[in-house]
Design a protein around this ligand. Structure first.
Ligand code: 3PG
Length: 400
């Protein structure tokens, strides 16, 4: 069990970790779903007269989504209908001076915590508690509130370090997402189960295939994940969006585990049989059989969409993590929208997760109520489905 906001005394100085990591295009945040949820936690804290410093991340070093949080402060301010001061520093002098001036009823947002040395990589909580970030900021506040459920599967300093050295509480988003995802797990695997796994993060997806292979009937793959498995199956293709080299990096890091997972679960893992690409500005499709790497493949093809939607129609439960194509471009949204619409048409238990995937629901006017749950979390929610613990929840565990 963990302490929640119900256990927190009013009028304190709080460090609050939120997750407003969002899809970013050309430097601009595209979706405010996570902001809206965290704003509710912050409103509740303001009503209890706390002084609030928010800590958050955006993207990862080296990616084009790795940007400053200045616009995040403005979006939060819109949701809260009050100023949120942006501080262009996380734990240096500028941050400490802003924190010093923080009064009850004030809200400030510190700079992208992933710009701080020691935040990444994943390490033991004890190691993370020793980082300069945790040592510096922990002495400035009375308590730490952990609201970043969507990052709770990462053993990063701002997630697991602070609870070791400070009084720590779960925020409302953390509490609600944790309880909802735990409740879903109890009835998650009754009847035929299909999982649609797309997106870009192999390290979050492969363990899911390995751990749920006994209870999931079909893992239907798309996105970079699908292409990585196709490569392991002997098809030489790559899915580099705008020269990000994401595909090649993921292949270098995970080719062995992907090849093993495909060999072990070849009847459960279902791969695309056709893919879409851009030809003279239009959508074109090609069969995977005999394909050669000539271009970036940006969506699953029509035959694959039909094969996946047939499986969805036969399922009692469907879980989606990550998009199967670059849906932000309407020409390559057929796969993502086709799959979500097929799920929306059934009565099965369904959960859609992943910051980007949830964004597609809004972008294409799908109705959120047609799904059992739309989680703001991606990797954290599928990890919770496997029954594995989340580092950020473990860190909050106490005897009370
Ligand atoms: C997410 O969007 O899944 C979380 O913010 C975690 O981000 P990460 O996958 O870059 O660690």
């Amino acid at each position: 069990s963990f302490q929640t906001l119900d256990d927190l005394e009013p009028g304190q100085r709080l460090l609050v970790r939120i997750d407003v990591n969002a899809p970013v295009e050309d430097g601009v945040v595209q979706d405010d779903r996570r902001f809206a949820r965290h704003a509710e936690t912050v409103q509740e804290l303001l009503a209890d007269d706390h002084a609030i410093a928010l800590l958050a991340h955006q993207g990862r070093p080296g990616r084009d989504t790795f940007v400053s949080l200045d616009q995040h402060a403005a979006i939060l301010s819109d949701h809260l209908d009050r100023p949120v001061e942006f501080v262009a520093d996380t734990c240096g002098e500028e941050a400490l001076s802003a924190i010093d001036g923080l009064e009850r009823g004030d809200v400030l947002l510190l700079e992208n915590v992933r710009m701080c040395e020691g935040e990444l990589p994943e390490e033991a909580p004890e190691t993370k508690a020793e980082t300069e970030l945790v040592r510096t900021l922990s002495t400035e506040f009375d308590a730490y509130v952990s609201d970043a459920y969507a990052t709770a599967h990462r053993s990063h300093a701002s997630i697991v370090g602070f609870p070791l050295v400070m009084d720590a509480y779960a925020g409302r988003v953390m509490e609600q997402e944790y309880r909802a995802n735990t409740a879903i797990r109890e009835r998650a695997f009754d009847g035929p189960v299909t999982m649609i796994l797309g997106g870009t993060k192999a390290e979050d997806t492969i363990p899911v295939v390995e751990q749920l292979a006994d209870v999931v009937d079909h893992f239907c793959l798309g996105g970079i994940i699908g292409e990585l498995f196709l490569r392991a199956d002997g098809h030489d293709l790559g899915y580099d969006v705008d020269g990000t080299e994401l595909f090649d990096h993921q292949w270098e890091a995970h080719s062995e585990t992907i090849t093993d997972a495909l060999e072990t679960h070849d009847t459960t893992v279902v791969l695309p049989t056709d893919l879409a690409y851009k030809d003279d500005g239009d959508r074109a499709e090609t069969a995977v059989e005999g394909i050669e790497k000539q271009t970036s493949y940006l969506d699953i093809g029509s035959e694959t969409i039909d094969r996946y939607t047939d499986r969805i129609a036969d399922s009692e439960a469907v879980y989606v993590k990550g998009a199967v194509g670059v849906f932000e471009d309407e020409r390559f949204a057929n796969g993502t929208v086709g799959i979500l619409s097929a799920i929306a048409d059934t009565d099965c238990v369904s959960v859609v997760g992943g910051g980007d995937t949830a964004h597609s629901i809004e972008l294409y006017d799908l109705d959120e109520d047609d799904f059992t749950r739309v989680s703001i979390a991606g990797g954290a929610y599928v990890r919770a489905l496997t029954g594995a613990s989340l580092a950020g929840i473990d860190a909050l565990e106490c005897d009370s």
